[in-house]
Design a protein around this ligand. Structure first.
Ligand code: NAD
Length: 274
C-alpha cells in the first residue's frame, strides 16, 4: 500500500459508534465499513440496532451491536469490558447518540418560560453527558493504548441561535468546549496519538426533518426557505456528505489535527446574510 492510501486506510481498525442505529451514525458506519473498519454499534433501541447490524453485514462481516444507554455509566463500562476482552484495541469512537427531544422543544405558540428546568435538562443531558460518559469510558482504554481518535457531533445550534431548542443548543456548545478540553488533556497526559475532534452537521435532509424542511410537492417549507436563505450553497446536505470528513478525522490522514469542530454545512455557519 502506498503512503497516501495508507493515510486513509482503516483496515483492522475498530470503530465504536454510539447511537449507532440512528440515521447519521448508520450512514457514517457504512462509509467506515467500506474503508475497511470493523464496526461496533451501541444503541438504546434494540429493534433498530438489530436492523442496522444486519444491513451493515451486507458490506462487512465484522459488525457487532450492543444495547446500551450512554447515560448509564455502568452500562457503558460493562460493554467496554466485554469489547476489550474480544478486541486488542479500540481505535475510533464516534459519539452520535443525541438529538433534540420532544419534551425539550418549545412549542410553536409557547416561550422558554413554559418549559420546566427538567424539560430543558432532558436534551442537555442526552447530548452533553451522553457524549462525556462514553468518552471517559472508551477514552480510558485509548489512553492506555496511547492511540485513538474520538469524534463528537456538534450542531449549527452551537454556532448560531436556532429557535425552540435551548437545552439542545446549550449541550452542543458544551460538546464543542469538551472537545477542545479533552483534546488538550489527552495530548498533554497521554501523547500525540490520541485526538479529539467534532463535526457540526448543517441542515441535512433525513426522514425525521424532511417534513419540517420540504413540502410534499418538493418545494421548501417556510423554515426550509429560511435555512436556504442563510446557506451560501443554496441547498440542503445529504447525510452521506459527512462520510469524507469522518474518514479523514478517523484515519491517520488527520494525524496533526485535534480539538477542532468542523462544520459540514454548505457555509451556513459562516454566513452573516449580508
Ligand atoms: P437519530 O435520532 O436518527 O439517531 C440517534 C440515535 O441515538 C437513535 O438511534 C437513538 O435510539 C439513539 N439514542 C437515543 N438516546 C440514547 C441513549 N441514551 N443511549 C444510546 N443511544 C441512544 O438522530 P441523527 O439525526 O442520526 O443524529 C445523530 C447526532 O447528530 C445527534 O447528536 C444529533 O444532535 C446530531 N445532529 C444531527 C443533525 C441532522 O440533521 N440529523 C444535524 C446536526 C447534528
Amino acid at each position: 500500500m502506498g503512503y497516501v492510501e495508507s493515510l486513509f486506510s482503516l483496515n483492522k481498525k475498530l470503530v465504536i459508534l454510539t447511537g449507532g442505529a440512528g440515521i447519521l451514525a448508520s450512514t457514517m458506519a457504512k462509509g467506515l465499513a467500506k474503508a475497511g473498519a470493523s464496526i461496533i454499534l451501541l444503541d438504546i433501541n434494540e429493534e433498530s440496532l438489530q436492523r442496522q447490524v444486519s444491513e451493515l453485514r451486507f458490506i462487512k462481516s465484522d459488525v457487532e451491536g450492543y444495547v446500551c444507554n450512554v447515560l448509564n455509566e455502568n452500562d457503558v463500562q460493562r460493554i467496554s469490558d466485554t469489547i476489550c476482552k474480544q478486541h486488542s484495541t479500540i481505535d475510533i469512537l464516534i459519539n452520535a447518540a443525541g438529538g433534540n427531544t420532544q419534551r425539550s422543544t418549545i412549542g410553536i405558540d409557547k416561550t422558554v418560560f413554559d418549559l420546566t428546568v427538567d424539560d430543558h435538562k432532558q436534551a442537555f443531558d442526552l447530548n452533553f453527558w451522553g457524549t462525556v460518559i462514553p468518552t471517559l469510558v472508551f477514552g480510558k482504554q485509548m489512553a492506555k493504548q496511547r492511540r485513538g481518535s474520538i469524534i463528537n457531533i456538534s450542531s449549527m445550534a452551537s454556532f448560531r441561535t436556532i429557535s425552540r431548542v435551548m437545552g439542545y443548543s446549550a449541550a452542543k456548545a458544551a460538546v464543542d468546549n469538551f472537545t477542545r478540553w479533552m483534546a488538550v488533556e489527552l495530548a498533554k497526559k497521554f501523547g500525540n496519538g490520541i485526538r479529539v475532534n467534532a463535526i457540526a452537521p448543517g441542515f441535512l435532509i433525513t426522514e425525521q426533518n424532511r417534513a419540517l424542511l420540504i413540502n410534499p410537492d418538493g418545494s421548501p417549507t417556510k423554515r426550509g426557505n429560511d435555512v436556504l436563505a442563510m446557506t451560501p450553497f443554496k441547498r440542503f446536505g445529504d447525510p452521506e456528505e459527512l462520510i469524507g470528513t469522518v474518514l479523514w478525522l478517523a484515519s491517520d490522514a488527520s494525524s496533526f489535527v485535534t480539538g477542532t469542530v468542523i462544520p459540514i454545512d454548505g457555509g451556513f455557519s459562516i454566513n452573516s446574510g449580508v
